[in-house]
Design a protein around this ligand. Sequence first.
Ligand code: NAD
Length: 464
Amino acid sequence: MRKTDTLVIGSGPGGYVAAIRLGQLGRQTTIVEREDLGGVCLNWGCIPSKALIHMASTFERTKHGGDIGVEATGVKADLKKFQAWKKTVVEKLTGGVGMLLKGNKVDVVKGQAKFTGPNTVEVAGKKETETIEFKHCIIATGAKPIEIPGFAYDEKNVIGAKGALALDAMPARMVVIGGGVIGLELGTAYAKLGCKVTVLEALDQLLPGQEPTLVKMVEKGLKKRGVEWMVKAKAKGYKAVAGGLEVDVETEKGPAKVACDRILVAVGFRPITDILDLPKAGVKTNEKGFIATDKAGRSNVPHIFAIGDVSGPPYLAHKASKEGIVAAEVIAGHKSEKDYVIPGAIFTDPEIATVGMTEAEAEKAGIAVKVGKFAFVANGRALSMNETDGFAKVVSDAKNDVLLGVQLVGPEVSNLIAEAALAIEMGASAEDLALTVHPHPTLSEAIMEAAEGVYGKAIHGVNR
Ligand code: NAD
């Protein structure tokens, strides 16, 4: 029987990061993975989807380059070539994870683990089954796409995110069920490639939970690319008809039908716990199926931790990684806990990036706020990129100016939000952001100007 100090189950951005930190801290660690190293994020989530988004944006920019003096004819999108390139990107990263695990003396066991007791798992590999005894365990098994009635994933008519990132030919028309993050990120990418996309969202706005003013900007981008959408719309089923598929939709105004060639279902994720035989280890899940954890990431069984998607939303790779680091440090006897703000980035066009509280959330919490807003149309860099839709918004506490949140929608804002996260982590004020010199001409100046706007002092905007 293999014995290990710490066993990590799952090698996504939660599990592999935890294993590396455990290795750095000198803990003898084994990681179990049933598929390829890297989990959803590296293999068919964050990274491949950003590759598709980049490819689609490059295609769109080249095609429409005439506006800024780049004339190109015969521009083609070749999804077969894209797939080959994407594979190299994924392989570089997953190969890198393998090397890092090795470099940190982490043993990798391939197979699917399930608990056989509070200190043992059985790992079913392709050829044999082995038992591993552990002192500590970190469960990092992630989450998987929810399936809805009438739309079983058959990878032909109905695909999920994984299938959508593996297409090597473009459907002419696509129905996207779910106007959330995946639906809009991939829907936008396919629309840029020339696909006629229709999004069906069950709730009353796209990207539910995001501030409506941010979503309005994303809607403008969708409209520009011919994407249609329905809110308060539920897909009920579909059938094959001459020339394609037909989706039955229930809307406020009555039943509707949408014709398409492929259906992408992106209606959320659910945690992967069913394969683990958790009762054998005594680990409990809550009513939503997540493994409930304390501030260190411990489950109800003190030597078993859970991190990332399996421990609950938000389903974000960077949240999983941070939880992995906390759990690893706690196991290694260090003081560490989950105490941080988690920024979010949505790779639509324009992008959304947020951290901390929105104006509405602060007001709901009874905090009086001051707000500054700055539009990218007045930012020199955005203008020179020909991408001016969007704005930066800074929310601070009216009492002491402490920064509460920053919301961005606009070009490349996913690369700007970390500044705001750092400011919040450090307890900075909106004035600190405003006083910090930002290089010109950069998109980051929009954050500075929004912070100046809190005092009515934005230079390049009319202050309200
Ligand atoms: P999501 O929760 O973002 O969106 C699902 C959407 O589907 C929701 O708006 C929901 O109201 C809608 N919906 C549910 N049932 C429906 C139905 N029957 N008909 C129509 N609409 C329905 O989930 P997702 O887009 O599947 O993504 C899964 C998870 O992965 C999310 O938590 C997401 O945040 C995360 N993710 C994050 C990023 C990122 O941060 N950039 C990228 C991809 C995925």
